[in-house]
Write a protein that binds this ligand. Structure first.
Ligand SMILES: O=C(O)CCC(=O)C(=O)O
Ligand SMILES: [Fe+2]
Length: 266
């Protein structure tokens, strides 16, 4: 855990020129999700976050494009790949336990992941912000995917979760994985597991890094609430949705500060 956090911080501490070697703007203009840089501009006057980001596809193995990965620091590729494979084991344990909690077959959630299911990493780096009253480190959102795991480098108060209209600080500790339920899990569990709306506030004094690993599903797949969870008194709260259609709306909703998940409720 320390190794992957240290390599990530080392990447962000390099000169801009080095980081831009894996820019998410191809030829300086065409946006791609993978790479270093800010969000894609989807709407006019879009508010950007006080953050530096690196997005990488880390699975499935045959879709990893190392050309988009940083070459510096040298250890970066190996430690990220090692972290990814260990995290996968964690994900299986967690998903098995979540299925058991709902009295579903232990493999229920794990079996939703086909060979083509994407795993992506987002590494966030927040430098001290002179005006934390004016900008967020990460605007309010819920995570796409089934699960996300989050690793942070220090315990500075930054991450907050929204509950009943009130923002609460989330205690985060280095070397402790924070497991976040994503929108796909909310749909499949028929809302029993909630995908929380969260944000990161900017900090005037302390820099902070975080590494989020997102477990997504094949874009051709359709998901809906698990049939075993539905009965007369418990109707489906979400309609069936193709992952492709969810993803098509995700980034625009994210840019507007709304949730694509809300459009999928029955
Ligand atoms: O930096 C954090 O604590 C959270 C980042 C986050 O929510 C994300 O990358 O989706
Ligand atoms: Fe998030």
């Amino acid at each position: 855990m320390d190794d992957v956090m240290n390599a990530s911080k080392e990447f962000f501490h390099q000169p801009l020129e080095e980081k831009q070697k894996c820019s998410n703007l191809v030829d300086g203009k065409h946006f791609q999700v993978e790479g270093y840089g800010n969000d894609q501009i989807k709407i006019q006057n879009q508010t950007l976050d006080w953050s530096d980001r690196l997005h990488l596809r880390v699975g499935p193995e045959k879709e990893i494009n190392l050309a988009n990965w940083p070459k510096q620091p040298e250890s970066f590729r190996d430690v990220l790949q090692e972290y990814t494979s260990r995290s996968k084991r964690m994900k299986h344990i967690i998903l098995g336990a979540m299925a058991r909690l709902l009295e579903l077959d232990e493999e229920y959630f794990i079996s939703q992941f086909s060979e083509r299911a994407p795993t992506t990493v987002r590494i966030n780096h927040y430098v001290p912000c002179p005006r934390p009253d004016l900008v967020l480190g990460f605007k309010a959102h819920s995570d796409d995917g089934v699960l996300a795991t989050l690793l942070v480098d220090n315990d500075v108060a930054a991450l907050q979760v929204l509950r009943d209209g009130v923002w609460y600080d989330v205690p985060t500790n280095p070397r402790t994985l924070l497991v976040n339920v994503g929108d796909f899990m909310e749909i499949m569990s028929n809302g029993i597991f909630k995908s929380p709306v969260h944000r990161v506030v900017a900090n005037a004094e302390t820099e902070r890094s975080s590494l989020a690993m997102f477990y997504g599903l094949d874009t051709e797949k359709e998901i809906g609430p698990a049939a075993h969870l539905l009965h007369e008194n418990q109707p489906a709260r979400y309609r069936k949705v193709k992952i492709k259609d969810y993803m098509a709306g995700f980034y625009e909703h994210f840019a507007r500060g709304t949730r694509v998940l809300d459009t999928m409720k029955t």
